[in-house]
Write a protein that binds this ligand. Structure first.
Ligand code: DCP
Ligand code: MG
Length: 356
C-alpha cells in the first residue's frame, strides 16, 4: 500500500504578493492584467473569491463583481523561486516528487522514515515548515494513490489537510460526485446525469462493459476510479546524475593491501545497484572516494571516452583507488566508488544542447 501526499499552495500567486506587501492583507486581491487592457485574472485571494472572482476570468468582469478589487501584476520569477524553495522542503522527505505546476505536486512518501513513517504527520510537518520558512500556506491531501490524494487536498482548502486512509476508501468513495473525477468535464458529467449517475457510487453499479459502451476507452479508468483504485506511479522529472556506494569500516584500513582487498565487495554492490536503475542511463565517468582516519577526504574520477559499458572493470577501480590513496598514504575510514551518469533524455540529442 502506497502513501501519497498531494500538496497545493493556497491562492498561490496572490498569497506571494500579499506576503510581500502586507498592506494588501485585508483587501480583495487579484493577480493578472488590468481591466482597461483586456487583462485576465491568473488567480485571486479567498477574499476576492467571496465576490465570485475566479482564475481565467476577464479582469473587466472581475471588477464588475468586485469593484474594490486590487490588481497586482504577476512576478513569475518570484513564483518560480518560491516553488523551488517549497521543493527543497519536499526533498527532505522523498525524492519521488511529481510537480504538476509551480504550486502543486505529488509526493510518494511510502519509504520515508521521518515522523515514524506517518504520511499524515509528514504532511503536517511540510505544511508547518512552509508556513514558518516561507510564510505561505499549502493544503495537503494524504491517500493511498494520486487520484484520492488530489481530491483530499481540495477537501479542506485553504490551509487544510484531509486524510483518506486505505480503510476509509470504501466509505468515502460512494458519495463522491463524479465531477470531482479528473477527466470528467461538463460534457461527460451531463451525459452521466442523463444516465442517472451523479456519484461514484452510481458509477459502481455499471459493469465494465457498460462503462466502455457509454464512455469508450475512458470506461475502464472510470471503473477503477469509481472504486478509488489508481495505480499510476508518482513520476519524477528528477534525473539521477550519479550512482555510488560507500562503506565506513569498523577499524581503519591501515595499508594499500587492506584497501584493495575491500574494493571487490564495493564493486559488486555498485554493479548490483546499477542494474536496478533504468537501463537508459549511460556512464560518462568512474570515480572513487577515500576518507582518511583524520576525516580529510579525496575523490578521483576519470572520463570514459569509449563505449559506456567499459566502466565495469574492477582492475580500473583498483588503479584509481591506489592513486587516490597515494595522495596522503594514511589509514582510511571510508571507501566509496561510483559512476557519473548521462541524462538518458540527452543520449542521442547532443545537437539539441547547442540550441540553448
Ligand atoms: N493560474 C493561472 N491561470 C489559471 C489557473 C492558475 O495563471 N487559469 C496560476 C495562478 C495560481 C497558480 O497558477 O496561483 C496555481 O493554480 P491553482 O489552480 O492551484 O490556484 P491557486 O493556487 O491560485 O488557488 P487554490 O487555493 O485554489 O489552489
Ligand atoms: Mg493552488
Amino acid at each position: 500500500m502506497r502513501k501519497i501526499i498531494h500538496i497545493d499552495a493556497d491562492s498561490f500567486y496572490a498569497s506571494v504578493e500579499i506576503r510581500d506587501n502586507p498592506s494588501l492583507r485585508h483587501l480583495p486581491v487579484a493577480v493578472g492584467g488590468s481591466p482597461d487592457k483586456r487583462g485576465v485574472i491568473a488567480t485571486c485571494n479567498y477574499n476576492a473569491r467571496a465576490f465570485g472572482v475566479r482564475s481565467a476570468m476577464s479582469s473587466a468582469k472581475a471588477v464588475l463583481l468586485c469593484p474594490d478589487l486590487v490588481f497586482v501584476r504577476p512576478r513569475f520569477e518570484v513564483y518560480r523561486s518560491v516553488s523551488k524553495d517549497i521543493h527543497t522542503i519536499f526533498r527532505d522527505y522523498t525524492d519521488l516528487i511529481e510537480p504538476l505546476s509551480l504550486d502543486e505536486a505529488y509526493l510518494d512518501v511510502s519509504e520515508c522514515k521521518a515522523c515514524k513513517g506517518s504520511a499524515t504527520l509528514i504532511a503536517e510537518e511540510i505544511r508547518a515548515r512552509v508556513r514558518q520558512d516561507l510564510r505561505l500556506t499549502v493544503s495537503a491531501g494524504v491517500a493511498p494513490n494520486k487520484f484520492l490524494a488530489k481530491i483530499a487536498s481540495d477537501w479542506n482548502k485553504p490551509d487544510g489537510i484531509f486524510v483518506i486512509r486505505p480503510q476509509d476508501v470504501k466509505d468515502f468513495i460512494p458519495q463522491l460526485p463524479v465531477r470531482k473525477i479528473n477527466g470528467v468535464g461538463k460534457v461527460t458529467a451531463a451525459k452521466m446525469e442523463a444516465l442517472g449517475i451523479t456519484t461514484c457510487g452510481d458509477l459502481q453499479r455499471l459493469s465494465k462493459d457498460d462503462l466502455e459502451r457509454h464512455f469508450g476507452s475512458y470506461g475502464e479508468r472510470l471503473y477503477n476510479l469509481s472504486r478509488g483504485v489508481d495505480n499510476r506511479p508518482v513520476q519524477t522529472e528528477w534525473v539521477r546524475k550519479s550512482l555510488s556506494v560507500e562503506h565506513t569500516y569498523d577499524h581503519d584500513l591501515q595499508n594499500l593491501d587492506a584497501i584493495l582487498d575491500s574494493c571487490e565487495p564495493l564493486f559488486e554492490e555498485l554493479l548490483e545497484r546499477f542494474n536496478r536503475i533504468s537501463d537508459a542511463y549511460l556512464v560518462s565517468k568512474r570515480f572513487v572516494k577515500v576518507k582518511f582516519a583524520d576525516f580529510t577526504q579525496t575523490t578521483l574520477e576519470e572520463l570514459l571516452p569509449g563505449y559506456s559499458g567499459q566502466w565495469r572493470s574492477l582492475p580500473d577501480y583498483l588503479r584509481l583507488m591506489s592513486a587516490a590513496w597515494a595522495r596522503q598514504k594514511k589509514p582510511v575510514r571510508l571507501l566509496g566508488m561510483g559512476v557519473r551518469l548521462r541524462d538518458p533524455k540527452n543520449n542521442n540529442l547532443g545537437e539539441q544542447l547547442s540550441l540553448f
